[in-house]
Ligand binder design. Structure first.
Ligand SMILES: [Zn+2]
Length: 235
């Protein structure tokens, strides 16, 4: 049996019992952790343990992701929506947005929330009626779910996806255009959040691939082979 905060190689993660121990674990994973506010001790430990558990598991299943995440910032936001999380251009910084206990808890992003997050395109797709209410029939047809993310841990996985999944397009702007066109003309899209843009689709696909629930056709054929290939290269 492994001790708290020891690198287990996945599967048997034991949460650390002190912040010092949890921070040492993050360091062992090769990641520098920063805070942008004075996070409460109990909450800090919880978030660090969550983060460590996810990364430990990802490094076991996808060993080539190891080293691609250099720094993590934990900060407070009122919202726990995954779109508040950012990755920098070099793909090595994850800002992990957290939901502070007592201010509500992270819950499954609803189909409606997912559509809301797609913003203006919801109007283009006719997802609102004239009173600006959601047209639920169209929503049900257009999206399978609001988001691929079902838990806080998967929210972290989504952000890791931004940092590590690189399908190597020769022309990214063309790839994004092609993806947008596909979304506009397709029903039964796996995630409203993933339909927001190609980059979110990749992160959402990473969650599905990591969970083992990715199904052929969740991305348009043009991207699918590249994305699954990039994912498999991380194994
Ligand atoms: Zn994202």
């Amino acid at each position: 049996m492994s001790g708290a905060g020891q690198i287990t190689g996945g599967g048997g993660f034991t949460p650390a019992t002190s912040i010092k121990e949890a921070e040492a674990f993050t360091k062992k994973l090769g990641i520098e952790v920063k805070y942008d506010f004075n996070i409460d001790g109990k909450e800090k430990l919880l978030r660090l343990n969550e983060f460590n558990e996810v990364i430990d598991d990802i490094y076991l299943k996808l060993p080539k992701t190891n080293g691609k995440i250099g720094r993590v910032t934990i900060w407070e936001r009122e919202s726990a929506r995954a779109d508040a999380l950012l990755v920098d251009k070099s793909g090595n910084i994850i800002n992990y947005d957290i939901k502070i206990a007592g201010k509500g808890k992270f819950s499954k992003i609803s189909r409606e929330d997912g559509v809301f997050m797609t913003g203006q395109r919801g109007f283009d797709w006719g997802l609102y009626n004239s009173d600006l209410n959601f047209n639920s029939e169209k929503i049900a047809k257009k999206f399978t779910s609001g988001s691929s993310v079902k838990t806080r841990q998967e929210m972290i996985t989504h952000e890791v996806g931004h940092a590590v999944l690189d399908p190597k397009h020769s022309d990214w702007s063309l790839a994004r255009k092609k993806f947008d066109k596909w979304v506009d003309n397709t029903d039964g899209i796996f995630s409203a959040y993933g339909s927001k843009n190609y980059d979110e689709a990749l992160a959402e696909a990473f969650v599905e691939l990591h969970r083992g629930t990715y199904k052929a056709g969740m991305l348009p054929e043009y991207f699918e082979n590249k994305v699954t290939k990039a994912f498999n290269l991380l194994k």
